[in-house]
Structure formats: C-alpha cells, structure tokens
Design a protein around this ligand. Structure first.
Ligand SMILES: Nc1ncnc2c1ncn2[C@@H]1O[C@H](COP(=O)(O)OP(=O)(O)OP(=O)(O)O)[C@@H](O)[C@H]1O
Ligand SMILES: [Mg+2]
Length: 347
C-alpha cells in the first residue's frame, strides 16, 4: 500500500464554524461547529447546519452544544463525533479518517501539550498523520501573504470565540495575544442590551442576525433600523421593537476598545523593526468579525495603520492549512521536514 493514495485535508476547527479543505478540490465543507445529542441516551442526532437549525426550537431531550469553546476543544468526544460526521458527509462513506493526513489549525498560545493532544486524538481516530498549525500562520498564508521573508506582518483574526492578534515573521509567531471576546460575545452583549433596555428576551440566532444586519464599528455611518421580535419579560407574550444601528454601535464599541488595546499591547512587545514593518505592510483582518461594517476603518483610525480585509475572511484559515498540505511544492512556504505530508512513501 502506498501513501500516495492518502487523502489530504486541511481543517479549520473554529468555535463557530468548521471549514474543510481537501487537496485537489478546495473548500469542500463549511458548517457551524454545532452538535445535537439525545440528552438521556447520548445518541447522536445531528451536526452542522442541521443541528444549528434546532437551536431554540428543539424538545427538551435534545441537547445542542458547541463542542469548542473560546477556540479550543472543550469536549474531545463530541468534537470527534462532529468531525467524523463532516468527513463522512464529504466522502459519502463512514470510514473517514483511514488513509488520510490532516492539517488542523489551532489557536496560537495553546501549549505544546494541548497541540499534541489534538494531534494524538486525530491519529487515534485512524488518521495516518495529524499536524496542528497555528491559526494566524494559516490565515496569513490563505490570504496570500508570503511568510518566508524576514518581514513583520500583523494578523488580526476575529472569530466566534476568540480574537487573536499575532505578529509573524519568517514563518513563525513573534508575539501574540488572544482575547476571549469575539462574535459570540458580541451576540451575548446584544441580548443583554435588549433585555436591559426593552425588557425583551431574544434568542442567540436573533442576536447574531442583528449584529450582521445593523452592527457597525463606527458612529458616523447612516442610521439603519431593524424590527426584531422577542418575548416580553413582563407578560411573557411576543413583542416587536425597532432597533437602531447606533444602539448596536454602543454595544460593539466596548469590545472594539479591548481589541484595539490588544493590538497596541502586541505591537509594543516586538522589536521596533518589526513594528515598523507592520506600519508599512498594514494589518491583515480575517475571521467572521472582519465583516462587521466599518471595522477596518475604525481600526485604521485608532491605530494609524492601514487595514486590509482578507478576500475570504471566513475561509482563509482553511485555505492556508490546505496550502501547507501542498507546502512541499510551494516556493513561498516550506515546513520542517518532519511536518511535511508524506507523499509516495512505501509502507
Ligand atoms: N457579516 C457579518 N457581520 C458580523 N459578524 C459576522 C458576519 N458573518 C459572520 N460573522 C460572525 O463571525 C463569527 C464566526 O467567525 P469565524 O468562522 O471566523 O469563527 P471561528 O473560526 O469559528 O471561531 P474561532 O476562530 O474563535 O474559533 C460568528 O460570530 C459570526 O456571527
Ligand atoms: Mg477561527
């Protein structure tokens, strides 16, 4: 048997979304990192879009969870069931991991022990090889940056569970900071705001919808209004209210101030040459939070550094892991030899 028959997957296992890249095919799956179980029997019910659609609408015996929290795997068993389901969906057959090599992105700042635990879990499930790659490196590659040069780049990834600031040079992370506030915490803040201000309870998907529709990072954008529906906390009945974009700006603003502080703190921790590079090259913004209206302009105004939004902010990390799979062939990127995919080696 030859390893040339292996399948190669690059996986961005995010708190909110799982994106899978397959060598030779590109992005083959992009679904919410959600799984639904039977609360009593622990039987698998659904994952991905199907499980997400059940949130807030399922009977009590159905437990719906995000198996990742703040960018890291909170429940290994459920995460691996979810991944098995996704790969089965792509491959159309159950024995998913056998004959596969997997590159998986992980938050920077996790310990080597945590990295190994993830790699070992995947190998334990039958993959021939698993390599954990730091997310900002994958995101930068996927967004088209060259990382093999001694030039500093700042990557800002605003995901669902975490926001990561990382300064990269020569293919490695020089300094980074991760905060456990991102898309999901904004949704929570929006729910709290609506509850406090209007005595109205709204679901988490409604909060996310509000953020996407009228969320803004600047107070100068034209006012927009969205009618939302929730449950009145006083009489328990459904009620609609109009929400203004300026209200959502005030909710998001607190998060943005923390984020901008994290950028400043990370810049302060690198040598002046690298900080100078970042000022020259600009900030690369990725993750779903890059889609908040006006966020690039706001960060530019506050830091004085140009901001570029990645072409595919939600997919660039998975694309980058995929590029690493092809790393042995790419001039602009090469992995240490022990981390290269094993092509054409006789078993
Ligand atoms: N148009 C949009 N405007 C604002 N936020 C958005 C938009 N589209 C997606 N998001 C948010 O982006 C977040 C998901 O981003 P992403 O897929 O990059 O996160 P993740 O990789 O799963 O999480 P993490 O990197 O923290 O583990 C969600 O909170 C989602 O609500
Ligand atoms: Mg992510």
């Amino acid at each position: 048997m030859f390893k040339q028959f292996d399948k190669f997957f690059g996986i961005d296992l995010g708190t909110s979304n799982t994106v899978i890249y397959e060598r030779g095919k590109g992005i083959v799956l992009n679904e919410p990192s959600v799984i639904a179980f039977h609360q009593v029997t622990s039987e698998f019910i659904a994952a991905g879009f199907e499980a997400q659609a059940m949130i807030g609408r399922s009977p009590e015996y159905v437990e719906i969870t995000y198996p990742l929290q703040n960018g890291v795997i909170a429940n290994f068993d459920r995460t691996s069931v979810m991944l098995q389901y996704f790969i089965k969906k792509i491959q159309g057959r159950p024995s998913f991991l056998r004959s596969s090599q997997i590159y998986i992105s992980v938050p920077c700042g996790i310990t080597n022990v945590q990295k190994r635990a993830i790699e070992e879990t995947i190998v334990h499930k039958g993959a021939r090889k698993a390599i954990a790659i730091e997310e900002p490196i994958a995101a930068a590659l996927g967004a088209g940056l060259r990382l093999d040069e001694p030039i500093g780049h700042l990557v800002l990834d605003i995901g669902g569970g975490t926001s990561q600031v990382a300064i990269l040079s020569l293919g490695g992370v020089v300094a980074s900071q991760t905060i456990n506030r991102a898309g999901l915490s904004i949704d929570r803040d929006i729910r709290d705001y609506v509850k406090r201000t209007y005595n109205l309870e709204i679901g988490e998907r409604t909060a996310e919808h509000i953020k996407k529709e009228i969320g803004t990072a600047t107070d100068s954008s034209a006012e927009r209004t969205l009618d939302i529906r929730g449950r009145d906390l006083v009489d328990g009945l459904p009620r609609s209210i109009p929400l203004k974009s300026s209200e959502i700006f005030t909710v998001i603003n607190d998060f943005l101030e923390t984020l901008i502080e994290a950028i400043r703190a990370t810049m302060e921790r690198v040598p002046p040459e690298l900080a100078g590079d970042v000022i020259e090259q600009g900030i690369l913004l990725c993750g779903g939070g890059a889609l908040i209206e006006g966020i690039d302009e706001r960060i530019r105004m506050e830091t004085g550094v140009a901001v570029h939004i990645a072409d595919h902010p939600l997919e660039c990390t998975a694309i980058g892991t995929g590029m690493m799979l092809d790393g042995s062939r790419s001039k602009s990127w090469s992995l240490p030899s022990n981390e290269k995919p094993q092509d054409e080696i006789a078993m």
